[in-house]
Design a protein. Structure first.
Length: 515
């Protein structure tokens, strides 16, 4: 065994080392579920819930995907099929968002078109006795918005990470070419991004919304959108990325920095992307190309079968560390997937991902991206399939499972992700420790199965011992980096636990080998 460099440095949460991976991690798709029989239109996770993904089906149901087993649970988490109108074209149950304090209040919100074809945003509460079942009787209307046609209904709802307000993406009301110029009409909520404070039911308008006191509809946060089918926030800084579906020629990614005060006008229908479109039905519009309009940060045309942008997410997971900060998006019609980085001014690292993610051409009718509680990314299709984007590499690690204490103490879980074949980094994550708990991390090059007080201390004798406190979420996240060659190490936590025998508990042991 040869170890050249293995350094450790601590922050308030914990970080080790300082090297970063230079090589691009190859990607692939992991199949989670196929053939659901219904159109998957949204994928969401509840705050802090690493075990489940909530699958929104256009027909009016939300189902739970258990991630560890790739199992769809029954019955449905929510079934409002009788309330949801005809899901032909772009109608149906279209969006889901969990309240930031969902673990306390159990509130979640849905966006659907009702039997009259109008947009409804509604609040529900999870069942008091079953976390996998909603209380369908708890429905409470937030807002209803009349629609003109069966398309361009928007559908995405998201809570802003910086302000905790609910954002609602509204299409221009449908038809073709926004003949009424609704997206530029401040008398209508259509073709807009809305921002609501829903903690005072049904809602109140935040007093810092940009048009408060100067426009008839204070709910408006931004204007000039055609159909923002999927938008998202970067969970790290609150930047908003909007996949705005084009008309005849141009699809676009629009952007709003997390520091924005709102009020952006993204140009539709005066402009389609960066191109001039038309002014019919508009009242005294600014001319095409005016600085009044906020240009998209990326556009693409309808060549090669493209037709509908599917906005995605900025990657903030731990499986693919070198893609941190990379935005993913796709096209619904040709099922191509792309990514890029954007720093608020400059786009870099633009590349197509289709051939590495989908070399066999299995993707068909991509309808949505999703993000789990750890920031890992998923794809959902209208054919009822769900995939996870993962590294196309084999991790060299094993969970020995030693050391967990029984019911008289904590049972913290130590896991690992982000290992590269070149051995440059991996992330250790300890879960389920009370916030502020003091613990020691043992790092050893030997496995010792001899029982110790309160459990089994497997990673001994230690080559390093690191004292730590669990963060406010009861977690420890540590990134191991460095130039390590032909090395095996064992990691385990000893936790000072008043509820356990001899006041100590032990986590399981993780074995990690660098090639």
């Amino acid at each position: 065994m040869k170890t050249r460099v293995l350094s450790f440095a601590m922050t308030a949460i914990l970080a080790w080392g300082g090297a970063t991976a230079s090589a691009q991690t190859p990607l692939t798709l992991e199949t989670m579920v196929t053939g659901l029989g219904n159109q998957v239109v949204d994928l969401q996770s509840a705050p802090g819930d690493r075990d489940r993904l909530f699958v929104v089906l256009q027909n009016g149901r939300i189902r739970v995907l258990e991630l560890a087993t790739k199992t769809m649970l029954t019955p449905a988490f929510l079934d409002i099929t009788t309330k949801v109108g005809d899901n032909a074209s772009e109608r149906g149950l279209l969006g889901l968002a969990f309240h930031p304090q969902y673990d306390v209040n159990g509130y979640f919100f849905v966006n659907y078109t009702n039997n009259s074809g109008n947009t409804v945003v509604e609040r529900y509460t999870v069942s008091a006795g079953n976390p996998n079942l909603a209380d369908v009787s708890s429905a409470s209307a937030v807002i209803t918005i009349p629609q003109n046609a069966n398309n361009h209904n928007g559908g995405q709802i998201q809570f802003g990470p910086n302000d905790g307000y609910l954002y609602i993406g509204m299409g221009d009301g449908g038809g073709s070419g926004d003949t009424g110029c609704r997206a530029q009409n401040d008398q209508l909520l259509l073709g807009k991004m809305l921002r609501l404070d829903i903690d005072t039911p049904p809602y109140v308008v935040p007093n810092d919304n940009p048009f408060v006191g100067s426009a008839p509809l204070d709910e408006i946060w931004a204007t000039g959108l055609r159909n923002p089918w999927r938008f998202s926030f970067d969970r790290d800084n609150g930047d908003m990325y909007i996949g705005d579906v084009g008309q005849f020629f141009i699809e676009e990614v629009s952007y709003q920095p997390g520091t924005s005060l709102g009020g952006e006008n993204y140009g539709w229908k005066i402009m389609e992307g960066n191109n001039c479109f038309g002014t019919g039905g508009c009242t005294s519009p600014a001319p095409c190309g005016s600085p009044v309009y906020t240009d998209p940060i990326h556009t693409y045309d309808h060549n090669a079968g493209a037709c509908t942008i599917i906005g995605g997410y900025v990657y903030r997971g731990c499986q693919i560390q070198d893609l941190q900060g990379t935005y993913f998006f796709a096209d619904h019609c040709n099922d191509r997937v792309w990514s890029f980085r954007y720093d608020g001014t400059t786009m870099t690292d633009f590349q197509e991902r289709t051939s590495e993610l989908d070399p066999g051409g299995a993707l068909n009718a991509i309808a949505t991206f999703g993000e789990d509680a750890d920031g890992e990314l998923y794809l959902g299709t209208l054919g009822g399939n769900i995939y996870r984007i993962i590294p196309n590499q084999t991790a060299s690690w094993k969970d020995f499972g030693f050391g967990k204490v029984g019911g008289n103490g904590l049972e913290p879980e130590l896991d690992l992700c982000g290992i590269l074949d070149d051995g440059l980094f991996a992330e250790l994550r300890l879960r389920h420790a009370p916030p502020g708990t003091f613990m020691l991390m043992f790092i050893s090059d030997q496995l010792n199965p001899t029982p110790a007080r309160g459990g089994t201390l497997a990673a001994t004798p230690p080559v390093a011992t690191v004292p730590l406190f669990a963060d406010s979420n009861g977690e420890i996240n540590g990134l191991i980096t460095g130039d390590v060659d032909d090395t095996i190490l064992y990691f385990q936590f000893l936790i000072f636990d008043p509820g356990a025998t001899f006041n100590t508990s032990f986590s399981n042991t993780i074995w990690l080998e660098w090639p």
